[in-house]
Ligand binder design. Structure first.
Ligand code: SF4
Length: 446
């Protein structure tokens, strides 16, 4: 959080000695506030004043890194609402695994984890971490399970246990140097937690109500443990959302630093559908880590899609390159479809073309990343822009026919486009899902 010149000036010696090359302390403070000078420019700044200024200028929410060498970063969010700027760091999704599973089951879990990848609007969506829960009650079993997960699939791991020994066994054993997130779900003295975090050189998560976690974070800070997450623990979705909202508001609006930590949430009840829905809510409302017992691809893709949607920049439409795309083994007889360069529009068309197994050309017209109807309404997707794009794409030299398929939603353009381009215009389906049947029943290059 940037400090004002006056706030910086209050911490300066106020001697106007000019050793910083500036006539007065106030002028120096103004330069620091505007980024034209660094605090180190004043050789007389006391250590106390420097740490007060460092503390005051720190971001309201701390940045925490989990995992090594493969890692995720959380926190340092700056706004309450996405439209104010954007959300910066998508929450990590950690899939729950019990240490009670035998080695073969853990290896299967790792193999399954690797297959959980979904392609949507040009991105690959995956879960990020394992959440290994100590349900065996044994430190040795926890250590062995952590070793298997790390060996089979080295993604970052959240270690969850009610007691300290299983966390210590895994974090200082097979995961030593790999910065697992240590989440002690039981009530333990802060000194013990701090000792473990320092011994394992790993981030820590503390759970409880707002007052409890705030006090823990302050005490951990005094012990030198700064990489901390907070959690409401196992509680209802309503209480979890309340916790998420209150902590974000306290950190950003009230600048209350003990709650300026990423939040870990748990969606691990016995009902996988409820878990997926709860996890989506937490993703949308500020979670840093979502521990979810959702291995079913349908539930998982719901969570990951919500995350992808919330964490795009609302001021920058997601676009694909406005050019001629080849889908499959195209030939001069392949159909030519036109759409806009809005990612969701383009990939909806592309996925349906792929599913149809009919190789096609797709011409993405530059509409500044807006959808078919939006760009048509704003006159960016009209007969002239499509005709220009057709010409510029060079598709005339690639196909033997002169037929172009336009989206059914802009059927009104067909006559004008035919006049402007000289191509025969076919009106395609209104929804992308109709593309496959359309290609099979309506398309002919002849
Ligand atoms: Fe003030 Fe420090 Fe500059 Fe001296 S060197 S004028 S004390 S800011």
């Amino acid at each position: 959080m940037a400090l004002t010149g006056l706030e910086i000036y209050k911490q300066l010696p106020k001697t106007n000695c000019k050793d910083c090359g500036v006539p007065t302390c106030l002028a120096f403070a103004m330069k620091v506030a505007s980024g034209q000078a660094a605090l180190t420019g004043c050789p007389h700044l006391s250590g106390d004043a420097k740490s007060r200024l460092d503390e005051a200028s720190a971001p309201p929410q701390r940045l925490v890194r989990i995992g090594a060498p493969c890692y995720v970063e959380l926190g340092q969010e700056t706004v309450l609402f996405r439209h104010e700027e954007k959300f910066h760091r998508p929450p990590t999704v950690a899939l729950k695994v019990s240490d009670k599973q035998d080695e073969a089951a853990l290896r299967r879990a790792c193999a399954d984890f690797k297959t959980l990848a979904f392609h949507r609007v040009g991105e690959t969506l995956r879960p990020d971490m394992f959440a290994l829960v100590n349900e065996s009650g044994s430190a040795d079993v926890m250590r062995a399970a952590a070793q298997t997960l790390d060996r089979e699939h080295g993604v970052p791991i959240v270690l969850i246990s009610e007691t300290l020994a299983p966390l210590q066994a895994a974090a200082t054993g097979p995961l030593a140097g790999k910065r697992p997130l240590l989440f002690c779900s039981g009530q333990l003295p802060v000194k013990d937690l701090a000792g473990l975090a320092k011994e394992a050189a790993a981030p820590l998560c503390v759970a409880g109500d707002l007052a409890t976690v705030a006090q823990c974070v302050e005490e951990l800070g005094k012990e030198g443990v700064k990489d901390v997450l907070i959690s409401p623990g196992r509680t209802s979705p309503a209480k979890t959302l309340e916790f998420l909202t209150q902590t974000r508001r306290a950190a950003l609006k009230k600048k209350f630093r003990p709650l300026g930590c990423p939040v870990l949430t748990l969606a691990d009840s016995d009902d996988p559908v409820a878990n997926a829905l709860d996890a989506c809510g937490y993703v949308c409302k500020y979670a840093g880590v979502v521990v979810a017992n959702v291995w079913d691809p349908t539930g998982l893709v719901t969570i990951l899609t919500a995350r992808q949607s919330i964490y795009t920049d609302p001021q920058r439409p997601v676009q694909v390159e406005a050019t001629l795309h080849e889908i499959g083994e195209v030939t001069p007889q392949s159909p030519l479809l036109v759409t806009t360069n809005f990612s969701l529009s383009y990939y909806s068309v592309e996925s349906q073309v792929e599913a149809s197994r009919v190789p096609c050309y797709i011409l993405a017209v530059d509409t500044e990343g807006t959808s078919v109807l939006t760009s048509w309404a704003s006159d960016k997707f009209n007969a002239a822009t499509i005709a220009t794009a057709l010409k510029a794409s060079g598709v005339e030299q690639r196909v033997s026919h002169r037929k172009v398929v336009i989206p059914g939603l802009v059927a009104v353009l067909s006559a004008t486009l035919a006049d402007e381009s000289g191509w025969k215009v076919l009106v395609g389906p209104k929804e992308a899902t109709g593309i496959g049947p359309f290609l099979k029943s309506e398309w002919s290059a002849a």
